[in-house]
Design a binder for this molecule. Structure first.
Ligand code: PLP
Length: 380
């Protein structure tokens, strides 16, 4: 199979990831922090070593600011629901995934927050000055994605962060689901306070892993409360990070895989590879009269994600033909980002998305191009 759905989850995972997960189950397997025995200690050591590794290699924060979550959505919910209080104002963007859009709309619908959404342009970019104009004295949070999962557009997020810092106490939450593993997502680099990302996309960890990076300005109420293996007499969730935000048994086997994935990770070369193949893809498809491409299309302000439509073929049908007749996996539809499709003018049927990764080859790109050209020309 030619797998071009890495923006959903990367596949196949490196063999070292699978081996580390198997080894964890066979050789460690205890519940970290819950007992003093050898297996519990081995699990605890794995998690704390990974926390330090993530803090150094990706986070640029103190290790206690690395909070393990179930996925990107979970990290975003912990940040959003932990930061906001009744009466707060929040600024977000039209480019957001439902994992930001839905929690914010839910809070607004229940009357907890007031919400302002700034527009994205026809290439998927937001304008930092629109964010500046949307800020009010009550703005507590700006929630903005780093890279669009529909167009691969890289947002001017550092500029957004700088504007927020000038404004005062508002926090910047960055959804780095499509950038972690490719770009610098440390809170310091993005001028952000909270950065959320899954481990299972460009980092190549297993599903069921995610991270919330918590910078020094952010104080979050726990969204989930329960056992931490520490301070057990306390009827309340401990004050200290990361346990304040990490109740319950963690996904230890997933974190074992994530740790192995991090050892293999080389973001600059993964990004360079994706962008080179993206240019190859764009060069071959741009200008085809029956194929419409969306996004910046410049291979520099874009990671390896490209959405398109083929004249005369619904994106769902095109994806089914690619799967059935060409053994190519892509994702059609609205990509959990309906407002972004409104910005692109593709809301009615969505689009067909090809998403690349460090393991994608030139031959795969060329085979995909040949297949979509054949489908587009078959309906002439
Ligand atoms: C931009 C963006 N944000 C958030 C998410 C949610 O991540 P997860 O699927 O790990 O919950 C995704 C997943 O596709 C995404 O693309």
């Amino acid at each position: 199979m030619i797998y071009l759905d890495h923006a959903a989850t990367s596949w196949p995972k490196p063999a070292a990831v699978t081996r580390a997960m198997q080894a964890f189950l066979d050789e460690a397997g205890g519940n970290p922090g819950r007992a003093g025995h050898r297996r519990a200690r081995a699990s605890q050591a794995l998690i704390e070593t990974l926390r330090i590794k993530l803090a150094r290699r990706i986070g640029g924060v103190e290790p206690q600011g690395v909070v393990f979550t179930l996925n990107g959505t979970d990290a975003l919910n912990i940040a959003i629901k932990g930061a906001l209080r009744p009466g707060d104002h929040v600024v977000t963007t039209q480019a957001e995934h439902n994992s930001v859009r839905r929690p914010l709309h839910g809070l607004a619908r229940r009357g907890v927050i007031a919400l302002t959404t700034v527009r994205a342009d026809g290439e998927g970019f937001i304008d930092p000055d629109d964010v500046r104009r949307a800020l009010t004295p009550k703005t507590r949070l700006v929630a903005c994605l780093h890279v669009s999962n529909v167009t691969g557009t890289v947002q001017p997020i550092g500029d957004v962060g700088a504007i927020i810092r000038e404004h005062g106490d508002a926090l910047l939450l960055v959804d780095a689901a499509q950038s972690a593993g490719l770009l610098d997502v440390s809170p310091a680099a993005l001028n952000a306070d909270l950065v959320a990302f899954p481990g299972h996309k460009a980092i190549f960890g297993p599903p069921g892993t995610g991270v919330l990076l918590v910078g020094p300005r952010a104080e979050l109420e726990p969204f989930r409360e329960g056992g931490t293996g520490t301070d057990s007499e306390n009827p309340l969730q401990p004050e200290d990070l990361p346990t304040r935000l990490e109740a319950g048994t963690p996904n230890t086997v997933g974190l074992a895989g994530l740790s192995a994935a991090l050892d293999l990770l080389d973001p600059p070369s993964a990004l360079a590879h994706e962008q080179r193949l993206l240019r190859r893809l764009i060069d071959q498809l741009a200008g085809h009269e029956r194929i419409r491409l969306y996004g910046p299309l410049d291979g520099r302000r874009q990671v390896g994600v490209l959405s398109m439509n083929l004249a005369g073929t619904d994106p769902q049908d095109a994806a089914a033909i690619l799967d059935d007749s060409f053994d190519i996996a892509v994702r059609p539809g609205l990509h959990c980002a309906p407002d972004m499709h409104r910005a692109l003018g593709t809301h009615a049927a969505g689009a067909l998305r090809a998403s690349l990764a460090s393991c994608t080859t030139e031959a795969q790109i060329d085979a995909f191009v040949a297949a979509v050209v054949r489908i587009a020309e078959s309906t002439r």
